[in-house]
Design a protein around this ligand. Structure first.
Ligand SMILES: NC(=O)c1ccc[n+]([C@@H]2O[C@H](COP(=O)([O-])OP(=O)(O)OC[C@H]3O[C@@H](n4cnc5c(N)ncnc54)[C@H](OP(=O)(O)O)[C@@H]3O)[C@@H](O)[C@H]2O)c1
Length: 341
């Protein structure tokens, strides 16, 4: 089979090589999927840039999700049959024609579901669901701040928050993305390149207006969100550090990021009745695979029912992988980006 191997960190057109590999054999609890497509995630961009600590040692086949048909089944797997169409979360290995996945991290999908829509479910929509409906709950009328709201996870969070009747503040870096956010129903689209989102929210809705902040930027963005947080209800879900992207990894930069987050004594959270939660879906996949399955099943159900609508941001062929990476990494993409074989 063909696999796209990350052989060195750096520019998208030099980092990957297509190599022949053996088709992987599933362990007892796994399935092997013959992929028609795989999804791109921002973590892939960070991995290519050498900024992603969870990335396996090079040479590595990265990739978090594949869409395709079940090709082989481990002996303990009861809920899948060969030939069924699935999307599955791969713990790396997704950039390949065949990939193995824990059967608990795979869901059946209808034949007619667009592969890019399906690819959005395993990582981006499951992450958004875990952040907004599993680790915490959103309530009608709550004021919710979503960073990088036009992205894959961002779009999912906006749809989930609007479904709950929340008032949504969504940040993005261009007018095109702001127009998209308006269409999605974001009440306050904010261009955080030219507008300080903290000042904007303070002016628009008053101090301590935010009940829930979803942060994928990291560093100072979290510190600002903390200052906006309502007493009694305020919670921040930190799930990314996109602000590190494009920068060389160095101790001073890491320290800036860490200090940017700020330090918050637990007693302050207690006194203000606030919470801060970190989310890393790899930890959920490793330690709570049944939670991941619930998240994937719930989002799949809501997509089939029309309650969630993943946005197809970009479809690329395997020969255009470098372009796909740049499209996502250079902040041009809206919604989901996927690559087909
Ligand atoms: N913790 C987890 O388990 C988990 C799981 C999935 C995703 N994530 C994180 O969630 C975030 C969204 O992931 P995604 O795959 O859906 O990606 P995405 O949101 O589609 O793309 C990333 C977005 O981040 C924004 N961004 C902010 N600073 C940036 C910078 N310096 N360079 C490039 N982009 C920057 C850009 O939006 P603007 O142009 O609008 O700023 C960009 O479009 C990422 O930070 C990712 O690492 C975490």
């Amino acid at each position: 089979m063909r696999a796209v191997v990350l052989t060195k960190f750096g520019k998208s057109d030099k980092a990957f090589q297509i190599q022949e590999r053996d088709i992987p054999v599933p362990e007892n609890h796994e399935i092997c999927v013959k992929a028609e497509a795989f999804g791109l995630n921002f973590a892939d961009v960070m991995a290519r840039q050498g900024l992603y600590d969870d990335c396996p040692a090079l040479p590595a086949v990265i990739g978090y999700e594949v869409v395709g048909r079940v090709h082989a089944i481990g002996k303990d797997v009861k809920d899948f049959e060969i030939g069924q169409r699935v999307v599955s979360l791969t713990r790396f290995g997704g950039y390949a024609e065949y990939a193995v996945a824990d059967a608990r991290a795979a869901i059946l999908i209808p034949d007619e579901m667009d592969y890019c829509v399906a690819a959005a479910l395993a990582t981006q929509y499951a992450t958004a669901y875990y952040c907004s409906a599993y680790t915490t709950q959103l309530h009608e009328g709550e004021h919710v701040l979503i960073q990088a709201a036009a992205g894959g996870v961002g779009t999912a969070l906006v749809q989930m928050a609007k479904n709950k009747g929340c008032i949504v503040y969504g940040t993005a870096s261009s007018q095109k993305k702001l127009d998209y956010l308006k269409e999605l129903g974001v009440d306050y689209p904010i261009n955080y390149k030219d507008t300080d989102f903290e000042e904007f929210i303070n002016k628009t809705s008053g101090k301590k207006a935010i009940d829930v902040a979803f942060d994928s930027i990291g560093g100072n963005s979290v510190k600002k969100a903390r200052r906006l947080l309502a007493n009694g209800t305020g919670r921040i879900i930190c799930y990314g550090a996109a602000s590190m992207s494009g920068k060389r990894k160095s101790i001073p930069r890491l320290l800036k990021l860490v200090f940017g987050f700020g330090f918050l004594p637990s007693v302050e959270l207690l006194l203000k009745s606030q919470g801060i939660t970190g989310v890393n879906m790899l930890q959920i996949a490793d330690n709570r695979p049944e939670a991941l399955k619930v998240c994937m099943q719930e989002v799949s159900k809501m997509v089939v029912e029309g309650k969630l609508k993943p946005t197809v941001g970009g479809k690329f062929s395997i020969d255009e992988l470098a372009e796909a990476h740049d499209f996502l990494g250079n902040r041009q993409s809206i919604g989901k980006v996927a690559v087909h074989w």
